[in-house]
Design a protein around this ligand. Sequence first.
Ligand code: BGC
Length: 405
Amino acid sequence: MTLMATTGMAHAEDVEVLHWWTSGGEASALNVLKDGLAADGIGWIDMPVAGGGGESAMTTLRARVTSGDAPTAVQMLGYDIQDWAEEGKLANLDAVAAEEGWDAVVPAALQAFSKYDGHWVAAPVNVHSTNWVWANKAVLDELGIAQPATWEEFVAAMQAVKDSGRIALAHGGQAWQDATMFDGIVLSVGGVDFYKKAFIELDSEALGSEQTVEAFNRMATLRSFADDNFSGRDWNLASAMVINGDAAFQIMGDWAKGEFLNAGKVPGTDFLCFRLPGTQGDVSFNSDQFAMFAQTDTAAQAAQAEMARAIMSPGFQSAFNVVKGSVPARTDVPNDAFDACGKQGMVELAEASANGTLVGSIAHGHANRAAVKNAIYDVVTAHFNGEYDAATATKELVNAVEAAQ
Ligand code: BGC
């Protein structure tokens, strides 16, 4: 944890921003935001707390709020926003939302998290999605491997890479990364109906079914294609393995694309992006939003409103998301500036939204409140690390989810 400046040094027109964008690609995207705010006369006090899914950031946030020193603006996901709003800690953004017409341009799936009790409490900066695979094109070409379209083809492709002596799957063994792969794996086994029933409605029968056993079996298959040093590895180091050709594939949200772009790589030429085989048409999403912690100082409130306005402007949404790997959180942003993966992501998001195949990410706080999310993390990770077989993991999952509600 780094605290770059104390609030005592802050000016009212500064915002202190708590976030977990600490990788190379994330830092580039963050600079787009910092520069945009600087152009509007808003200063930046940085409060980075690394760790995908924001678990560590949320722990730091809790401590800050408890000691009466909440940051002005906080990167937040899904149900965490709702929890903080329920505690009455978040600023009301209705005025800026009305002036800027957010209601008409932010997709309903996002508004469900940005609004609490009918009031805007967060500004969505992007839409990410977790059921993506990132592949090194040269490695696949060299081995004569075509882009896999089914789970079976994906397994065969990973086997061919492994047989060649290379690492098939770049993975970082951290609970949130295991869970991120699990999002797509659940979809690949049972599609959106099963995903919703078991992991959003938390129906015990669906959760305890053979489909969950199969999802754990697939997770074990994935583990067999990771290298021996996967434990504890950061996600961006796993991305670097694919970027450098040390590994063929990574299953990761589209923030991974930010790492490829940051390394000067071009989609279609150097790397491939495709949906986890067996989940084409489905999108498991997470949206980074900025929630503003309620302030009494009017200049601080004005800076928060300005930040929210800046984040939601169409120009910023394009410039930021082109670098971040995500797609805009508004439906009216042109796709011209986006690369092929970004254009694909935008089309698939709109289609999934229209077809009912858009689901909130389990791993990134868009399927359940934190207690349930963390219960799922624990079991998925314990299984991934060989503590349970698939049948035991399924039983443990049912118990843990029931206990967490
Ligand atoms: C966030 C992304 C971030 C990723 C890895 C996710 O939870 O939504 O913005 O890039 O974690 O840090």
